[in-house]
Design a protein around this ligand. Sequence first.
Ligand code: SAM
Length: 277
Amino acid sequence: MERCLYIVPTPIGNLTDITLRACEVLASVDVIAAEDTRHSRKLLNHLNIDTPMWAYHEHVDDGVTERLVAQLVGGKAIALISDAGTPLVSDPGFRLVRAAQDAQCPVVPLPGPCAAITALSASGLPTDRFAFEGFLPAKAGPRAARLQALSQRDHTVVFYEAPHRILATLEAMLLEFGAEREVVLARELTKSFETIRRAPLAVLLDWVRADSNQQRGEQVLLVGPASKSTVAVDPAADSLLMRLALELPPRKAAAIVAEVYGLKARQVYERLLALKV
Ligand code: SAM
């Protein structure tokens, strides 16, 4: 279609995950705007598609967004792809979509691969409500602050993570979410070494620590909802817990508060970890 910007998802590993419609669109548009043309050339060669490609680096203000929109306005059709998965999901495209809409050019999204949704669907965590958080901040302080802000969420939270940060992120999550919180590591989805494991945070961390293979490849981390006991908190119980934790070992402090308030010691202990005393 003339003047149309197509948003085209591409495989996240297994090349046969490209849709028939994606192939048709990529073959028929005038230009493919690609995050990394060398990377995408391999996919296009595999599909026998020789549509011209433009490099699209959203964060470099080199006027490419404007030039692409000028092409659209001039009657051309453009497909936007990223290195893998759905464009705009932790990938470039936001500025281009808005600019195309502002220029009254139709934006047509194609459904297709996305690591977050692929991981979620097989995670075994609740899927009726979930939040996508993308990448956490790389620095320890801002990362801990973000995790703390998310620690009481009562729905599944999905993160992308780089392999060299997976251990540090799991350790930071342990401090903010507690040892018992259920998490899922989904690695190398759709590829030969695809691994999906659901376990309490402390167990998963030990497993990843002990097996360096689990620290490799592309990874999605999913965190299950905070349990009701950690969401509904009695401020007086919190206050006693925090005061006792200053004087006593954490498990002892949790046991006393559990007895006083008729709670389960394990849940109070988790609460203590969440409070980061
Ligand atoms: N737009 C992509 C999508 O729709 O999933 C995401 C791009 S983002 C720059 C790349 C991140 O996605 C990786 O660091 C990893 O967290 C996740 N990812 C991509 N492919 C994956 C795969 N095959 N298995 C697990 N995670 C993957």
